[in-house]
Design a protein. Structure first.
Length: 756
């Protein structure tokens, strides 16, 4: 079971495996990510980062065989896992190879391979082997040996379980390396077939880096075989994808490739454009080995345009960079280019000076192509000095090397210089023979150009067919755009209509809000006391028109009839409270202070009175208090004490008259006749009881209360005389209504009520 789980984790790990040269892996370590991104741009810096990573971290426990030990995940910055160590060694190998140290590069890959064997990592092992084969082939150029090694790797690759499902990336790398080897060996058809086999993988690849790199590799292959139009298509795809993905590194590389393509096709203005863009990118990195090559190619472009001074500027810039990179072959190439430029500027001393330095360096480097160029330049200088024998000798030396390396252009120039040497010598017959050879090579080059033109014509046919297809698509696009514009107009019209409707709704909501505020202000002004803020029945009766009074739905809570909500169900106790200090408030404290106290008193009572009890400011010194009273026999003194406590607790520090006079009645007033009295008649009886309490209070200057309570069997006819006050007094005399009070003398109370 443990073994199966171990294999499962290995498979999951290899799903993320990609080659350094063919893909852009993402590592959990920022250091490795940065090093990998700089391998082809600034290999010195990449080497330093990878070396620091290996030296500053400790390899995790060799005995540990958990998936975490082999994965690339590193949460602890003090250690490095085997997988991450292999990645670092691979990056280090690429950096060393780009710096011209192939032996050191292969040494690092050997260390990485040993780690894959030690930790039993078959997929990583295959990747490292592919890496080794690639670098060895690039160093030695031995395609036969590389193919034999790839065949062995392929056999071991097929032995791994489910390779197609779990390691398609490895299959892709293997096929791409085979194609590159075939391209280098001149096997054009085989290379095209192998590149075509990788198309399904590219079509499904999610990594834009892999796709762009693929197009650059295929374009380079086509450029090397002078299939310029096809190469241009590949490079342009890579160029626009790099722009879309905002990949500056790949864009710089693609610009360099496009510059070489246009240079080979002698479209020199376009070549300069792309090469200058590539140079702008690589110039941001110090010690970049690619920059001198770009500058040298820009100089060559200016040279063939006859802009020799501009060419000199680029050559000198390239030579300055080559001195830091210490690449002897490139330095020789630049010095030969400088010598050729000065020769065309008729500055023979400088031309000879740079040529001599190049010849000295050629003693330490075996570069036949550059040696042939040096002989050509020496022959040219000799011809300008009219040294016939030296011209012929150097021309023949150049011709011998050019024939060995099969360089037709160098052979052509060699024949022309030998021809000129014999002309200087006066041997015109021999000169004519060499001139014939020169013309023959010119004819061969012209035929090659004609073949290229024919090939371009055939490819142009494909482009025309594509254009015809694109024309049809353009018509469809124009139709779609027309329909889209119609839709835009309709959508805009609908948007305007919706906007107008929305504005209308906003306006309507604003008006409703203003009306609501006006109604609230109206309620505040009409149905509350202007000073205390309490509900005010007296002002309601005085200002409310008859039509508004009848609209009980709109002003139900303010309407007088709401004092009794449901006449057949409500059991209420009505209390009229006479508060003397409200009557004398302004006289005693002044107008402004009186207003303030009265407002505070209203707010105070609203806090004390809790629903469903209610309180109204009936008149200046009178308050009407109503509360539910389900028990008709409950003692009124509880309510009296509560009201007295309210008055006593209001502003105790102020000098206020704390006397209160209360008149109380119950609803229904007649227990057997619920509808015998309406609310206004009930208020009349209540005022009569309050008046009696006031009379008692005036005699002894103390608080008093009077409670009128009808007996259980009091008939409704006793109060149905039209004058409720007179009928009430008559019923008191007959004993139908009992008088309860804080004053013990009932007879005196009856007399007070009778005289009232």
């Amino acid at each position: 079971m443990l073994k199966l789980r171990w294999e499962h984790w290995l498979c999951v790990l290899m799903l993320m495996l990609t080659s350094h040269t063919m893909a852009n892996p993402v590592y959990t370590s920022p250091t490795l990510n940065e090093a990998n991104s700089l391998v082809d741009i600034v290999p010195k810096q990449a080497r330093q980062l990878a070396s620091d990573y290996l030296t500053q971290r400790k390899l995790s426990d060799n005995s540990e065989k958990s998936p975490a030990a082999i994965s690339r995940d590193e949460s602890d910055s003090r250690i490095r896992t085997p997988g991450a160590t292999i990645d670092a060694l691979s990056i280090l190998a690429d950096a060393e190879f780009n710096l011209g140290n192939p032996k050191d590069a292969l040494k690092h890959l050997a260390e990485a391979k040993a780690l894959t064997e030690k930790y039993d990592l078959p997929y990583l092992g295959v990747g490292v082997q592919l890496h080794q084969v690639r670098l060895e082939w690039r160093f030695s150029g031995n395609g036969i040996l590389a193919r034999e090694q790839l065949h062995k790797i392929e056999q071991s690759y097929k032995k791994v379980k489910n390779p197609e499902q779990l390691a398609k990336g490895l299959k892709y790398q293997l096929t791409m390396l085979k194609a590159e080897i075939a391209s280098k060996e001149g096997e054009l058809e085989l290379a095209n077939q192998l590149f075509a086999q990788t198309t399904p993988y590219i079509d499904t690849a999610k990594s834009s880096y892999v796709v762009i790199s693929h197009h650059i590799t295929v374009g380079t292959h086509l450029l090397n075989h002078k299939q310029y139009n096809k190469a241009l298509s590949e490079f342009l795809v890579a160029y626009w994808m790099a722009i879309e993905e905002d990949s500056r590194a790949l864009l710089g590389k693609t610009n360099y490739c496009l510059g070489k393509l246009f240079y080979d096709r002698k479209v020199l203005d376009k070549a300069n454009n792309h090469l200058s863009q590539a140079a702008d990118f690589y110039d941001n990195y110090e010690d970049s080995p690619v920059l001198p090559e770009i500058l040298k190619l820009m100089g060559d472009s200016y040279y063939y345009q006859g802009k020799y001074n501009l060419a000199l500027v680029q050559y000198f810039n390239a030579m300055d960079h080559e001195r830091t990179n210490n690449k002897i072959e490139n330095e020789i190439d630049v010095r030969i280019a400088l010598s050729a430029t000065y020769l065309n500027l008729v500055n023979f001393p400088l031309a000879e000076q740079y040529l001599e330095r190049a010849e000295q360096l050629l003693q330490y480097a075996d570069v036949p192509r550059l040696q042939a160029y040096a002989y050509l330049l020496r022959a040219g200088l000799s011809a300008e000095k009219h040294f016939a024998d030296e011209t012929i000798e150097n021309g023949r030396n150049a011709l011998t090397i050019a024939q060995k390396i099969d360089d037709l252009t160098t052979q052509k120039h060699a024949y022309r210089l030998i021809n000129r040497g014999y002309e200087l010598k006066g041997d015109y017959k021999t000169a004519l023979e060499y001139f014939k050879h020169y013309n023959a090579l010119v004819s061969i080059e012209q035929r090659q150009m004609d073949m290229l033109s024919e090939d371009a014509f055939r490819q142009q046919k494909d482009f025309v067919e594509r254009n015809i297809h694109l024309t049809g698509q353009k018509v469809e696009l124009e139709h779609a755009q027309t329909e889209y514009r119609k839709f835009q107009k309709i959508a805009f019209a609908m948007f305007l209509a919706a906007s107008l409707l929305f504005i209308f709704l906003l306006r309507r909501g604003h008006l409703l809000r203003l009306q609501k505020e006006e109604i609230n202000n109206l309620n505040q002004n009409l149905f509350t006391h202007s000073r205390s803020g309490l509900r005010n029945l007296r002002m309601l009766n005085a200002k409310l028109p008859a039509s508004l009074e009848a609209s009980s739905d709109q002003f139900e809570r303010w309407h007088v009839g709401e004092l009794i909500h449901e006449p057949l169900n409500d059991r209420l106790r009505f209390v009229m409270i006479d508060v003397p200090f409200l009557r004398n408030l302004h006289m005693q404290h002044g107008y402004l202070e009186g207003l303030k106290l009265e407002k505070e008193f209203g707010a105070y009572l609203q806090e004390k009175v809790t629903s469903p009890a209610r309180v109204y400011h009936f008149s200046d010194a009178h308050l009407l208090y109503i509360e539910p009273n389900s028990d008709r026999n409950s003692s009124p003194e509880v309510l009296v004490n509560k009201v007295q406590q309210w008055i006593n607790e209001f502003k105790p520090q102020r000098n206020l008259n704390r006397v209160v006079r209360l008149g109380m009645v119950d609803y229904p007033f007649l227990p057997r006749a619920y509808t015998a009295l309406n609310d206004k008649e009930l208020l009349d009886i209540l005022l009569m009881a309050t008046s009696a309490a006031r009379t008692l209070s005036l005699e002894d200057h103390a608080s008093h209360w009077v409670y009128l309570k009808a007996i259980e069997n009091a008939p409704a006819a006793s109060l149905a005389t039209g004058n409720v006050r007179k009928a009430c007094k008559h019923s008191i005399n007959q004993g139908l209504i009992k008088v309860h009070s804080s004053f013990n003398n009932e007879e005196s109370l009856k007399k007070i009520l009778k005289d009232d």
